[in-house]
Design a protein around this ligand. Structure first.
Ligand code: NAP
Length: 309
């Protein structure tokens, strides 16, 4: 197709404004023509308050990018696919594993692209780390993903409600990296979820996993951390330590920093979405969400001090 794909954005909040709008503006393969958001609007395009109204009025839209919270992802994606649109999902791709699988099957039936994005997998350290680890023997993995929820999620109520994932909302970014870079699958064995008395989702969690070769993978997520974030993945190998820090912006191997490409997570996501549409294919990897679901399945829930929402 020579013309850009006509795109609609749904759920104009923090991530849509911080990342999606600039990435779309910088990609000549897409033209933003409409939004659907109950309150927010974007200048220079047609704005609707509901995805149904947008799909009904904008019959020549090619694709839709869903940026609302995960609790409404399935209904919005299903409506867009039914209307014949290609669909890009913010992470996490849904509030449950089963709804993502159902969407994936429906997209194939509709012959439309479904792209479940994991933006952290596009961080600069990830592919060099994956390449280096592919030939290595892994001894142990330590994940520490800790930040101050009041700084990073001010006023967001959906994170504390069922399906909002709590601390797994950022934590799933770490799991998306781990499941990409490790040469073996990761299995969850045990978990502890710390749930504030006034919330439905955890504020902190520890996961004990192994890879299918038996190497331990220990994960710590904490939203009570601060003021300096810790977004760190350390992989001990027989050839030394591989260390990803700053959420994937930095990489060190055996103590030496590795030179990386500049950060362009969302630019890369829209390039991939364009490629997937142009090649008539899809990309849906549920493994990070499946580990979160396993933590809720197997984990102990401990009530902790109320958050004060
Ligand atoms: P947000 O700031 O709360 O924005 C989401 C927007 O979606 C809201 O402003 C709201 O806009 C709309 N919305 C909220 N609840 C809705 C509902 N029940 N039904 C329909 N629309 C609803 O959240 P966000 O931080 O942008 O996060 C959205 C998604 O992006 C999440 O899945 C998150 O994990 C992911 N993400 C966030 C970040 C980040 O740094 N914030 C980074 C990467 C990925 P209206 O009121 O106008 O409808």
């Amino acid at each position: 197709m020579n013309r850009p794909y006509r795109l609609g954005i749904v759920g104009v909040g923090k991530i849509a404004r911080d990342q999606h709008l600039p990435a779309i503006a910088g990609n000549p393969g897409f033209a933003l023509v409409a939004t659907a958001s109950r309150n927010a609007q974007v200048n220079g395009v047609r704005n609707y308050t509901h995805i149904g109204a947008m799909l009904e009025a904008e019959t020549d839209l090619d694709a839709v990018s869903l940026c609302a919270p995960p609790q409404v992802r399935y209904e919005q994606a299903r409506a867009a696919l039914e209307a014949g649109k290609h669909v890009m999902l913010e992470k996490p791709p849904g509030a449950s594993v089963s709804e993502v699988i159902a969407l994936s099957e429906f997209a194939r039936k509709q012959n439309r692209t479904l792209f479940a994005t994991w933006h952290s997998r596009c961080a600069s350290a990830v592919e060099p780390a994956r390449y280096w680890l592919a030939e290595r023997e892994i001894r142990a993995v330590h994940v520490r993903w800790k930040e101050d929820v009041r700084r990073w999620h001010p006023g967001q109520q959906w994170i504390w409600e069922s399906g909002g994932l709590g601390v797994f909302d950022p934590g799933i970014n770490a799991l998306s990296i781990v499941t990409r870079i490790l040469p073996h699958e990761v299995l969850l064995r045990d978990a502890t979820l710390h749930v504030p008395a006034d919330c439905s989702t955890p504020i902190a969690a520890e996961l004990d996993c192994i890879d299918t070769n038996g190497a331990p993978v220990h994960v710590e997520f904490d939203w009570r951390h601060g003021p300096v974030e810790q977004w760190q993945i350390d992989v001990e190998t027989t050839d030394g330590l591989l260390s990803i820090s700053e959420g994937g912006k930095r990489l060190a191997i055996a103590g030496d920093p590795v030179a990386l490409e500049p950060e362009r997570e969302y630019a890369a996501l829209y390039e991939r979405f364009h490629w997937l549409i142009a090649h008539g294919t899809d990309d849906v990897d549920v493994r990070p969400l499946r580990l979160v679901a396993d933590a809720f399945l197997l984990g102990k829930q401990i009530e902790v001090e109320a958050f004060g929402r």
